[in-house]
Design a protein around this ligand. Structure first.
Ligand code: AKG
Ligand code: FE2
Length: 311
């Protein structure tokens, strides 16, 4: 049994604590994930964000459909309310209901798809976006140090046009939790992902074993995504995770997925490639990677496996 999933205090990290830095390093090495406290968001603010999410999903279906992700009756857009795009005959569907909203860059927000009910939803999401960014930047500065890069290297890669997606997940009670997953096993197409959930259900894979990610009040779950694995030339690994269903309880999660500009050529940072450690991932435009990502997600395979260079 490995050590328990570590809880990292971001305020200690930003104050330069060497002990917290080592703890974060070991969390990332052993789990590809950690729980973050000291992120500066008051419990009352997090409760408000969760309440707004719950109130949205509690709306009548006709109300939620106003934000549907279906364009012209058939195509699905990245933004909006609805389930996964069904793109394959053999697709395994998830037991969940989702709302996806692009939150950054602000110029690309589709406010038409931002719920007006509950009335607090928009403001809470805008504030949540700003406050999570501060938490993410603390972690990215420390991860850059671990890679022997300049402290701002990763923070600076997230430019003004980088895409951040908010994903609101609702998992209804499920009569047969032994038969269906809330979300099938996957990695995130992110640099880093921040997840705030109201109940257990998230599981991570570590050396072929599934572990429950505990709920620690007011802690955020932060995990490594595919983009970070590629940028770091495999030093950091993208987290394989899934969500199980529950017969008695419904569950909600609010997830922020940080990516780059869609035109970015994804490849390992040049400082991390040399003769001793050649590039382990193929070069690919983020846009193209995202397309592969949706395709592989649908069939339950991993996009990251498709860009690994076998050495
Ligand atoms: O609901 C959760 O806790 C996880 C959601 C997730 O993994 C995702 O939206 O990518
Ligand atoms: Fe995920």
């Amino acid at each position: 049994m490995p050590e328990p999933i570590p809880i990292i205090d971001l305020s200690r990290l930003s104050a330069g604590s060497a002990e917290e830095f080592d703890k974060l390093r070991s969390a990332l090495e052993n789990w590809n994930l950690f729980l973050a406290v000291g992120h500066g968001m008051e419990p009352s603010f997090l409760a408000e964000a969760m309440k707004a999410t719950r109130e949205f999903f509690n709306l009548p279906i006709e109300e939620k459909q106003k934000y549907s992700n279906i364009v012209d009756g058939e195509k699905m857009s990245m933004d909006g309310y609805g389930n996964d795009m069904v793109v394959k005959e053999n697709q395994v569907l998830d037991w969940n209901d989702r709302l996806n909203l692009l939150v950054e860059p602000e110029s690309l927000r589709t406010y038409r798809l931002w719920p007006t009910q509950p009335p607090s939803f928009r403001d809470v999401l805008s504030e949540y976006t700003v406050r999570c960014k501060a938490a993410t930047n603390i972690v990215l500065r420390n991860m850059a140090k671990m890679l022997n890069l300049q402290e701002e290297h990763l923070v600076n890669m997230i430019g003004d046009n980088s895409i951040t997606l908010a994903i609101f997940n609702y998992y209804p009670q499920c009569p047969r939790p032994d038969h269906v997953l809330g979300l099938k096993a996957h990695t995130d197409g992110s640099i880093i992902t921040i997840n705030f959930a109201d109940a257990e259900g998230l599981q991570l894979e570590n050396n072929g074993v599934w572990y429950n990610v505990p709920i620690v009040p007011n802690a955020l779950v932060m995990n490594i995504g595919d983009i970070m694995e590629i940028l770091s030339n495999g030093v950091f690994k993208s987290l394989v995770h899934r969500v199980v269903t529950n017969a008695e309880k419904e569950r909600l999660s609010v997830v922020l997925v940080y990516t780059l500009e869609l035109e970015t050529q994804l490849e390992p940072v040049s400082e991390l490639v040399d003769d001793k450690r050649p590039a382990r991932y193929m070069k690919i435009k983020l846009n193209d990677y995202m397309e592969k990502f949706l395709d592989t997600y649908a069939t339950g395979t991993l996009a990251i496996d498709g860009v690994k260079i076998r050495i």
